[in-house]
Write a protein that binds this ligand. Structure first.
Ligand SMILES: C[S@@+](CC[C@H](N)C(=O)[O-])C[C@H]1O[C@@H](n2cnc3c(N)ncnc32)[C@H](O)[C@@H]1O
Length: 210
C-alpha cells in the first residue's frame, strides 16, 4: 500500500538514519518469511520511536502489536540497560522471526514478549509505563486508547500508528476506518492529553498525558 507520494516517501526515508545491522537482518528475515510485511511500521516511524525513547529517557515501555519485532527492536536498542520493554502479540506465527531477534542475549532482561490478546492482558498489567506504542487491531483502537491512558504515567507518551488508515478516516465507511476516526475524535476531545497528529507514512499521533 502506498501511504504517501512514493517519491516523497523515498526522499524522506533516505534522509532518515539507517537501521542497525541487527534490525536490517530482522527486516530481511521478515520479508523472506512473512506475508504482509507492510504491517511493519518502517524506518520513519521506527526512528521516531527511537528518538522519543531517548529524548524522554523512557525506561519502561509497552508495545501493543509486535508482528516480527521491528519496532520493539528499534526501541530496545536505545533503551538503558536497566530499561524494560514489554511487547504483546496475539499471533504465534510471527514468533518464527521475532524470537530469533528479541531473544538475543543482548536483550536478556530487557525485552519481554507476552503472547495473547492485548485487550485482556493490558488491564491486568501492573505499574505504569513511560511510553506506549499502540500498533495492533485497528477495530479496537477506541478501547486501546482508554486502556493505554490508564497505564501511562503522568507526563508519559503514547504513540499510535496508522491513524490515517490510508486516508480512509477522511470519509470513514468500513469498520476499521470508523473505529480509528472515533479514536481520533476521542483524543481531540480529551482535556487530559496534548497531542499532535503527523502525516508520517500512514499517520502517527504522539500524545502526552498531562
Ligand atoms: C501492524 S502489526 C505490528 C507491527 C509492529 N509494531 C512493527 O512495527 O513491526 C500489528 C500486530 O498486532 C497483532 N495483533 C492484532 N490484534 C491483537 C491483539 N488483540 N492483541 C495482541 N496483538 C494483536 C497482529 O497479529 C500484528 O502482528
Amino acid at each position: 500500500m502506498d501511504f504517501t507520494d512514493r517519491k516523497i516517501a523515498e526522499y524522506t526515508e533516505s534522509f532518515t538514519s539507517e537501521e542497525s545491522g541487527l534490525v536490517q537482518r530482522l527486516l530481511l528475515s521478515s520479508k523472506e518469511n512473512m506475508e504482509h510485511v507492510d504491517m511493519l511500521s518502517g524506518r520513519q516511524v521506527g526512528t521516531l520511536l527511537r528518538l522519543l525513547v531517548q529524548m524522554s529517557g523512557a525506561k519502561r515501555v509497552l508495545e501493543i502489536g509486535t508482528f516480527t519485532g521491528y519496532s520493539a527492536l528499534m526501541m530496545a536498542e536505545v533503551m538503558p540497560d536497566d530499561g524494560e520493554l514489554i511487547t504483546i502479540e496475539l499471533n504465534g506465527h510471527y514468533s518464527q522471526v521475532s524470537d530469533q531477534f528479541l531473544n538475543e542475549r543482548t536483550f536478556e532482561g530487557k525485552i519481554y514478549q507476552i503472547m495473547g490478546n492485548a485487550l485482556e492482558i493490558v488491564p491486568r498489567m501492573e505499574g505504569e509505563f513511560d511510553l506506549i506504542f499502540l500498533d495492533a487491531d485497528k477495530i479496537n483502537y477506541p478501547k486501546y486508547f482508554q486502556l493505554c491512558k490508564k497505564k501511562l504515567k503522568i507526563g508519559g507518551i503514547l504513540v499510535i500508528d496508522n491513524v490515517l488508515w490510508g486516508g480512509k478516516v477522511l470519509d470513514p465507511h468500513d469498520e476499521k476506518a470508523k473505529a480509528i476516526h472515533k479514536m481520533n475524535e476521542m483524543i481531540r476531545e480529551d482535556q487530559h492529553v496534548e497531542q499532535v497528529m503527523l502525516p508520517v507514512r500512514d499517520g502517527v499521533t504522539i500524545l502526552r498525558l498531562k
